[in-house]
Design a protein around this ligand. Structure first.
Ligand code: GAP
Length: 424
């Protein structure tokens, strides 16, 4: 874990939030390479959901909603973590995380667990005394339930169908920690699948498998992924499985939850808002409140598990064997020597041509060996070198990150060459 944290900082994947002020616990910033990789990851998820599935559409809901939403959802009452405080050093712990009855820091006596609500409150309005108490959303998915009728009325969807969203969630975690795993501000990707109660079991199993297959396709070592079935369920869930990364360096293994939410949310919002949130089947005329299967994953956790999974130390190099579609750069272009204008000019031409189709990096510092290692460490799958021979034979050397094998390819066919490589 320390190596990953250090790599993330050294190469600009992730920085501590508010670092110049000593940081702020539970908040992080993505750097230049991190944001590219995170955007690639979100793009893959979004396209898989909305392009590959005809019956799923997306929304982008507000972070702050009418505060009644969180009463209706049960979060004001039940979104709690048990918290114990050390009577000696006054450090606070999630009771769930404690192995014994003593403070893990100083051995002091602990208070009895108190229930602590982890919704993040805020105030909206300008005039003191008239401000409205609201919450930053504790789970991104609530806006999907709020917009469910609007989506139905503005699309041709009929049950079964899905609404998906990627967005921020906020939780006043008692013990944020383990880098990106438990933050106070993080991003979730959710699918809410609306179906008839008679088909709930079928769709639950379907999405459990679909989501696992999606993750397996992205991880370098898919055999390290597994399922964990929850016995202790969240207030809204009737059945829940986690997709987990079994080689996690900390106690947190969960990447995504597959939750049987039933009609908990729509019935709750119907009751609190006074609106009819039922659905009428156009053919059978049956009127019912749809049941919901949720797949809710953490973008930041997935990002971190992918880095951990792709991290290899091989002899004298560190290499991130990331899926080529996730890597911040899909290729990097180098002129063999930076003080030879004819090499730089040719390399720039190739770089600009490739950039029209792929995410491409440029490096002309140090020697070729160092450039290869620098690109390996950030996961760039291919490096292209322009040397003196390139000016004669119109070919470049392409070096593969994982095998370190090199081959000469024609400059004229370079875009197609990478299209073939990167589509597989
Ligand atoms: N809508 C359901 C829901 O929010 P959850 O299991 O509480 O379910 C879903 O959260 C996912 O969000 C988790 O599987 C995890 O990947 C991510 N997540 C939850 N809390 C997090 C935190 N404090 N920091 C980072 N990611 C978190």
């Amino acid at each position: 874990m320390d190596k990953i944290v250090s790599l993330c900082k050294r190469r600009g994947f992730v920085f501590q939030g508010s670092e110049i002020y000593g940081g702020f616990q539970g908040f992080y910033d993505y750097g230049p390479l991190g944001v590219e990789m995170k955007n690639n990851l979100k793009q893959l998820w979004w396209e898989w959901m909305t392009v590959e599935h005809d019956d799923i559409v997306g929304i982008d809901g507000a972070i702050i909603t009418n505060p009644k939403v969180w009463e209706a959802s049960g979060h004001v009452k039940s979104f709690v973590d048990p918290l114990s405080e050390c009577k000696k050093c006054h450090k606070r712990f999630r009771t769930d995380d404690l192995a014994g009855k003593k403070c893990p820091e100083c051995g002091g006596e602990l208070t009895k667990p108190k229930q602590f609500n982890i919704l993040v409150p805020t105030q909206i309005g300008v005039i003191e005394g008239e401000k409205v108490n609201a919450y930053l959303r504790g789970e991104a998915c609530q806006t999907i339930y709020l917009d469910y009728k609007n989506v139905l009325n503005t699309t041709r969807l009929k049950i079964p169908f899905g609404i998906c969203q990627i967005g921020k969630a906020f939780r006043n975690e008692v013990t944020p920690g383990n880098f990106l795993f438990r933050q106070r501000e993080f991003e979730q990707w959710d699918l809410q699948w609306f179906c008839h109660s008679s088909e709930m079991e079928k769709w639950f199993d379907f999405w459990k498998k679909e989501r696992m297959d999606w993750y397996k396709n992205l991880f370098t070592n898919p055999e390290r992924l597994g399922f964990y079935q929850h016995e202790k369920l969240a207030h809204y869930a009737k059945k829940a499985f986690d997709i987990i990364y079994e080689k996690s360096p900390c106690e947190i293994q969960e990447i995504e939850g597959i939750h049987w939410r039933g009609d908990w949310d729509l019935s709750g919002h119907a009751k609190y808002s006074g609106q009819d949130l039922s659905y009428t089947d156009r053919e059978t005329k049956e009127k019912f409140v749809p049941q919901i299967v949720e797949t809710s994953g953490g973008v930041d956790r997935t990002f971190l598990f992918l880095l951990i999974d792709a991290y290899y130390e091989e002899k004298d190099r560190v290499v991130l064997k990331l899926h080529p579609k996730l890597a911040p750069y899909q290729a990097a272009v180098f002129p063999l020597l930076k003080n030879k204008p004819e090499l730089v000019e040719k390399a720039k031409e190739i770089y600009l041509n490739l950039k029209k189709n792929f995410k491409v990096g440029w490096d002309d510092r140090g020697n070729i060996g160092k450039r290869y290692f620098a690109q390996d460490e950030i996961g760039t799958p291919y490096c292209v070198t322009v040397d003196f021979e390139s000016l004669e034979d119109k070919k470049v050397t392409v070096r593969d990150r994982d095998t370190m094998k090199q081959e000469r390819i024609n400059i004229s066919g370079i875009v197609d060459y990478f299209k073939n490589k990167l589509d597989n």
